[in-house]
Design a protein around this ligand. Structure first.
Ligand code: SME
Length: 157
């Protein structure tokens, strides 16, 4: 497909509905995991303009920073630490409306106010987490959870 993304306005659901087929197009025929994670982060960052969008990949006993868009970030997170490490430990999506109220939250950027972390699960194991940060409080909801879970399921890890 052409490497141009069509950015649309509308409700959050409408934006995801327009974006997901384009992400499928970007992933089709490409088997390289880094390339695919990189394009997924770029597509979401372009459409939604969030502060930070990216992957942390499970390597041995840590999460290690993968492809992302946004300010520089911490490179390694232990299981159970921060929102990302907790999502990994619990193998579930976490929506955090106010990061300052999440015990142990790791502040990579002081601009981050709310966050969603989606675990990437393959063969019953968390192999990565997908993290999105916003500079607005309470930005993420069930619509983001449903659609971001759908998007990470498209990537062949
Ligand atoms: N806030 C995350 C750390 C990663 S950055 O937000 C990019 C956490 O608490 O796990």
């Amino acid at each position: 497909m052409a490497e141009d993304l069509s950015i649309i306005e509308g409700t959050k659901e409408e934006q995801y509905t327009a974006l997901i087929p384009q992400i499928e197009g970007l992933l089709t025929g490409e088997t390289d995991l880094v390339a695919n994670m990189a394009n997924v982060t770029a597509a979401l960052k372009e459409q939604f303009g969030w502060l930070w969008v990216g992957f942390y990949v499970v390597k041995e006993d840590e999460l290690v920073l993968g492809p992302f868009q946004g300010p520089v970030a911490c490179t390694r997170i232990k299981k159970g630490r921060g929102v990302c490490g907790t999502s990994w430990q619990q193998a579930k999506t976490l929506i955090v409306p106010d990061v300052e109220k999440f015990p142990g939250h790791i502040a990579c950027s002081s601009l981050s106010k709310s966050e969603i972390v989606v675990p990437v699960i393959r063969n019953n194991e968390v192999v990565a987490v997908f993290d999105v940060d916003s500079n607005e409080y309470d930005l993420f909801d069930e619509t983001d959870k449903k659609n971001l879970e759908k998007i990470v399921a498209l990537i062949n890890f």
